[in-house]
Design a binder for this molecule. Structure first.
Ligand code: 8GP
Length: 798
């Protein structure tokens, strides 16, 4: 946008004055942040408003991305960057003597998501706007984001993240006039309406008022402003009488209170199903209402609307779309079904069986009586359609209702025209294994869309030093055309350049070290290798393998205090699901090993271990630019894609990886010499599954290193962790090491040794790092979303 620094300073002072009746030098950082956010909203209000009107008026096909998670993190810098005024604002703040980074730090992380899936959804919002595509988001306005993690005595403690505070989210705008009603519970009777359809009659339903809050999604320097709509629940005025007590009201308010309510209880499960339906119904009603404004026939709605089901949580979109078309607008089943299948598409984000959603029919029927009828009908018609054409076993495996359960992935696949995985290997595994039965029926529905990242955030915003260095070498065009990073390859033998990148990394390491010192009291040596594993804590991601290696190093140094090794700092960041006992035990052990190692002076700082609490997007922005080694060590086949792996490579960290998820594509991008691969591949893992021949105890008994390392968990070496240590020991030895840590251990140790060796060759290491940066452009979410736009949604973009 066109703006001078002087004009901006005037606008900003005015805004502060108006919002808080305060002068700039008397204002707090929070006031400055809020005023700046309000000002940004003012700057974009016109294109934001016009965007939606234009799309409706001009009959432009629009994609709606339905997701139960959105994880944007902080939005201030991204918004300023995308508006093209980040530098100007930073500069202006210097002129008025305000520290811009303090203003940035006054923003709370918007963490309406758990990890990769939610971060990807937020990235796609940015990319959709950036490629100028009509693509809007649809989700839930949770009052509490993902819990805040504190570590007390080595244990994870979860604290509520009341991110909305009392004033709400500064980026949002409440739209009460667009509220809709959503019906749950009660009974439904169907009466034939004489036109081949049924008229439903609802007896005693619970009626909810869904109120939208809109958040602008600003495209990168292109004037486009898309919308992310998050729904909040209220009690409709007409129903007020029914909710006299605080307890009664709370039952309703709970619906949008928390992200992923604990679903180990019946109440938790119902709440989650209600959340899913609430968001889907409110979103679809609005989409259909807007479509009708075009004056077009509902049976052609697929020509203007695409709905994306991000993982199975929004899968109720299929029957709800049918319901609205049929019950509210009298479309006959066949026409409604034809449109629904063309409108819907689905992304699968994991092959882990426990994450594939299933609902008990009884619970489903109680909460969503009309939707249950429709799902039943979809299921019977599906069985009828494929009967005789495919073996009974395949039909049984793919139908929606089986063993009194509703299979949400099956509903999403049958009810849509596209199913995609999120990296090549992941899609291949869906096709050849997890969803192979479906592939035999609908091969044409399957496609791959490898994940991507917002390259601007992970370079320009989080790593300004590296970005300035790149500018010096190849000019600034890469900032808007990421593929130009490839031009950095020209400098791969230029020692001066390599040294400069090395120094940039060191500066970033010093910054992280200062944070660690301040928050944890641990001193880090910036000349050490910063070896980082940050991601959700899960057994398959194998943080424990990393820890086994740390324990090995500990013994190596203890055995030979003069050992020749580059000092190593292992950094972890990871939240464990509150009910996930094993994951919490791993956190406890990491912290106790950290205590052991960091307080043992005989190690002479050769080894340090740091667990940084409350890993989130903001912390990632500090850690990733400071990393030398990116740990991507999941059991092959288990990590659908990963996206932090892409962020690390973009920041010149060397990937230490198994051949899993997008690591394989990173390897293709950088070449075998610029990545360190270890461990079993997927075929080898599957071979163990088939032959049932894996024997962890044998490895433990026959390999002295493994024996010593594993015994460390139970022999009292690691203080204050007896029961957790035993649990880990049992998981590895008594329960036969489900994720093959011991089998991959030796190969991992060798890979780590290799890292230690090449790090000593500064030029070689820097060449690898530069090669990673130069080839990271291919993981831009802008490119990924272009493929969604062209191959799945059929929407236009620039
Ligand atoms: C994650 C995958 O684990 C990760 O590899 C991938 O990069 C990311 O999605 C984005 O595609 N999957 C999930 O978070 C996930 O499946 N969550 C559902 C169980 C809730």
């Amino acid at each position: 946008m066109e703006l001078t620094k002087e004009q901006f300073i005037r606008d900003f002072k005015d805004q502060l004055h108006r919002d808080f009746i305060v002068k700039i030098n008397e204002s707090t950082d929070e006031e400055r942040f809020l005023a700046l956010a309000h000002l940004i909203k003012k700057y974009i209000s016109t294109p934001w408003l016009e965007r939606r009107h234009d799309l409706i008026e001009e009959d432009v096909k629009t994609a709606y991305y339905f997701s139960i998670e959105f994880l944007p993190g902080r939005m201030l810098e991204t918004n300023l960057l995308n508006l093209g005024i980040l530098d100007l604002v930073e500069d202006a703040f210097k002129d008025v003597d305000v520290d811009f980074s303090d203003v940035v730090n006054a923003e709370k992380d918007m963490a309406l998501g758990n990890g990769g899936l939610g971060r990807l959804a937020a990235a796609f919002m940015d990319s959709l706007a950036t490629i100028g595509a009509p693509g809007f988001g649809n989700g839930i306005r949770y009052k509490y984001g993902l819990f805040k993690q504190k570590i007390v005595d080595g244990y994870q403690i979860e604290l509520p993240d009341a991110w909305l505070g009392t004033d709400g989210n500064v980026w949002e705008t409440k739209k009460p006039h667009s509220a809709v009603e959503v019906k749950i519970y009660g009974k439904v009777y169907l009466y034939p309406n004489g036109e081949g359809n049924f008229e439903p009659f609802y007896e005693d339903p619970t009626i909810l008022r869904a109120v939208p809050y809109d958040i602008a999604q600003i495209g990168f320097q292109n004037g486009v402003v898309n919308n992310l709509r998050l729904w909040d629940v209220e009690i409709p005025e007409s129903e007020e009488d029914k909710y006299r007590t605080i307890e009664d009201r709370r039952k309703i308010e709970d619906i949008t209170n928390i992200l992923y309510p604990d679903d180990s209880s019946y109440e938790g499960k119902s709440l989650r199903l209600v959340q899913e339906y609430f968001m889907v119904s409110a979103g679809l009603q609005t989409i259909i209402k807007n479509y009708l404004k075009t004056g077009k026939d509902l049976k052609d709605i697929h020509e203007l609307v695409a709905v994306h089901i991000n993982d199975t949580h929004p899968a109720l979109a299929v029957p709800e779309f049918m319901r609205i078309l049929m019950d509210d607008h009298g479309v006959v089943w066949e026409d409604a079904w034809n449109s629904t299948v063309k409108v819907m598409s689905y992304t699968n984000h994991t092959i882990l069986a426990e994450a594939l959603e299933k609902w008990d029919c009884n619970l489903f029927k109680e909460i969503l009586p009309r939707i249950y009828q429709i799902v039943n009908e979809i299921d019977s018609r599906y069985v009828e359609e494929v009967s005789g054409k495919f073996p009974g076993k395949i039909i049984e495996n793919t139908r929606i209702i089986r063993n009194e359960k509703i299979h949400m992935a099956n509903l999403s696949i049958i009810g849509g025209h596209s199913v995609n995985g999120v990296a090549k290997l992941h899609t291949d595994l869906l096709i050849s294994d997890v969803l192979n039965d479906f592939y035999q029926i609908y091969p044409e529905k399957f496609n791959n869309k490898t994940n991507g990242i917002i390259v601007r955030r992970w370079s320009q915003i989080s790593n300004p030093l590296m970005s300035a260095e790149i500018d010096k070498l190849i000019g600034k065009e890469w900032r808007s055309d990421i593929h130009q990073l490839k031009n950095l390859e020209k400098f791969i033998t230029d020692e001066k350049v390599l040294n400069e990148f090395y120094e940039v990394k060191k500066e970033n390491k010093k910054k992280l070290a200062a944070y660690v010192k301040e928050t944890q009291g641990i001193e880090l040596n910036p000349d050490a290798i910063f070896d980082v594993q940050v991601k959700r804590l899960h057994a398959y991601k194998r943080q424990l393998l990393n820890l086994l290696h740390i324990i090995k190093l500990y013994w190596d140094i203890k055995d030979n205090l003069d050992i020749d090794m580059v000092p190593r700092v292992f950094i972890f960041g990871a939240k464990a699901a509150p009910g996930y006992r094993f994951a919490k035990s791993v956190i406890k052990l990491i912290n106790e090993v950290a205590n052991l190692v960091n307080n043992d002076e005989s190690l002479q700082d050769k080894l340090k271990v740091v667990f940084l609490p409350n890993y989130n997007v903001t912390l990632a922005e500090l850690i990733i630019p400071a990393s030398d080694v990116s740990e991507q060590i999941s059991t092959a086949g288990k990590e659908a894609s990963g996206t932090s792996n892409m962020k690390f490579m973009m920041n010149g960290a060397i990937t230490l990886a198994t051949l899993d998820g997008a690591n394989i594509e990173i390897k293709d991008a950088v070449g075998d010499d610029n990545i360190v691969i270890f461990g079993m591949n997927t075929d080898e893992v599957y071979d163990h599954y088939e032959k049932h021949d894996y024997n962890a105890r044998k490895l433990f008994e026959e390999n002295p290193t493994i024996n010593r390392v594993v015994k460390t968990f139970i022999d009292g070496t690691i203080p204050n962790s007896q029961s957790e240590g035993q649990e880990i020991y049992d998981a590895l030895i008594r329960h036969n090491d489900e994720y093959f840590l011991l089998e991959d251990f030796e190969s991992y140790v060798n890979a780590q040794k290799y890292i230690n060796d090449i790090y000593q060759d500064k030029i070689r290491w820097s060449q690898m790092a530069l090669n990673n940066i130069a080839n990271s452009g291919r993981f831009s979410a802008d490119d990924t979303i272009r493929l969604y736009a062209e191959e799945i949604w059929n929407i236009k973009h620039n």
